[in-house]
Design a binder for this molecule. Structure first.
Ligand code: F6R
Length: 364
């Protein structure tokens, strides 16, 4: 049941520290704290390319993994939505691993993408939540997310546990290829292990975020901006908002604004900016100045140093802990989910059962 929570979605948002912790515990060595994946039926050291295929929120987890893997393991990564990938007859090179990401393990397009990649001789690794599922059965290896049953149609804890698994996979790949120093690997593993307790701190902003919801709920359009690891999260934020609140939302790479979408900006458009203090912060901050100068109303999600820098431009602020940029996706997912949730609740929509959507999409 939902227990003390008004909706399954809210309960599942609050379960994230626990289920991300469980997911990480299964992939981390209990005494050394190093990432320790189960044995895989292929050699990570010789992987020539990683192709990640998924749908919806799971695709955004995959897109995040593209940034992680390229950054730490230096392996080329391609990431596509399954409904495109399965039909475009992509040439696939020897030595490639195809990674399918799916909560249900039953999504029709993702399953057909798996079968295509298999016919092309790829090794198949999947990241799945439901153990007894078709995609899990047809894979060479499975890394399970330990999210438990996800009832809310809008994916929350499945997403952050997918991120946890994919972050561990990135580090394991980096180590196998000798692409990362032992010191940096230990640092990143530690930041990951600390993510659940950081999540607990972040959930304390629930009420602050709820108070901002009525103003966002008035908007007809909302833009989400981010760069680097915050970019897939901008896409996920927009998806979450549109699917449960029915407000039109778009996620954009912050640097793409001036190539078109900036034309949409006026006083009626809230712009949710995901701007951790990382190496791209200055670039994102200047995009924020550009939208603020055109009357856009800025909702900044950043750490205290970032918020101080965005102070003049931002109308709404949510303060995140200062953390290693590598774990930004896991943590910044929470305010993004809470904002969509509270806007939807304020609008009175059926948060757990949004119109036109099904939990598992087994037809194409
Ligand atoms: C969004 C959402 C969907 C799913 C997508 C893939 O909140 O839930 O976008 O992420 O339908 O589903 P799975 O992960 O079961 O393959």
């Amino acid at each position: 049941g939902k227990g003390e929570f008004r909706h399954y979605m809210l309960k599942e948002i609050y379960e994230q520290p626990a289920v991300v912790g469980d997911t990480l515990n299964a992939l981390v060595h209990p005494s050394t704290g190093a990432i320790a994946l189960p044995d895989l039926p292929f050699d990570l050291a010789t992987v020539s390319k990683v192709t990640i295929v998924a749908c919806g929120t799971a695709y955004y987890a995959g897109l995040t993994a593209k940034y992680w893997i390229e950054q730490v393991a230096r392996v080329p990564v391609e990431c596509d939505v399954a409904s495109e990938f399965r039909y475009r007859q992509a040439p696939m090179q020897d030595g490639g691993v195809t990674v399918l990401v799916s909560q249900s393990g039953e999504t029709a397009d993702t399953l057909e993408a798996l079968r295509y990649a298999k016919r092309c001789g790829q090794k198949i690794l999947s990241v799945i939540n439901v153990q007894e599922s078709t995609i899990a059965r047809e894979s060479d290896a499975v890394l399970y997310t330990k999210a438990g049953p996800e009832i809310g149609v809008a994916s929350t804890k499945a997403f952050t546990t997918q991120l946890a698994v994919l972050a561990c996979f990135s580090l394991a790949l980096a180590r196998a290829r000798g692409a990362i120093t032992a010191e940096r690997e230990a640092e990143l593993a530690l930041s990951l292990r600390e993510a659940p307790s950081r999540m607990v701190e972040i959930l304390k902003h629930d009420e602050t975020i709820a108070r901002t919801a009525p103003q966002i709920a008035e908007a007809r359009d909302v833009l989400y901006l981010g760069r680097g690891l915050a970019y897939p999260l901008a896409l996920e934020g927009a998806l979450k908002l549109k699917e449960i609140s029915y407000i039109h939302a778009e996620g954009y790479a912050a640097g793409e604004m001036k190539h078109g979408p900036i034309a949409l900006i006026d006083e009626s458009v809230p712009i949710i900016v995901l701007a951790p203090s990382d190496s791209l912060f200055d670039k994102t901050a200047s995009n924020v100045q550009e939208v603020a100068a055109r009357g856009g109303r800025v909702y900044a999600i950043s750490d205290s140093a970032g918020l101080a820098r965005l102070d003049d431009a931002a109308e709404w602020k949510v303060e995140m802990p200062a953390i290693d940029p590598f774990v930004v996706p896991l943590l910044y997912a929470l305010p993004v989910q809470l904002l969509a949730y509270h806007v939807a609740v304020f609008k009175g929509t059926d948060v757990d059962q949004p119109r036109n959507l099904a939990k598992s999409v087994t037809v194409e």
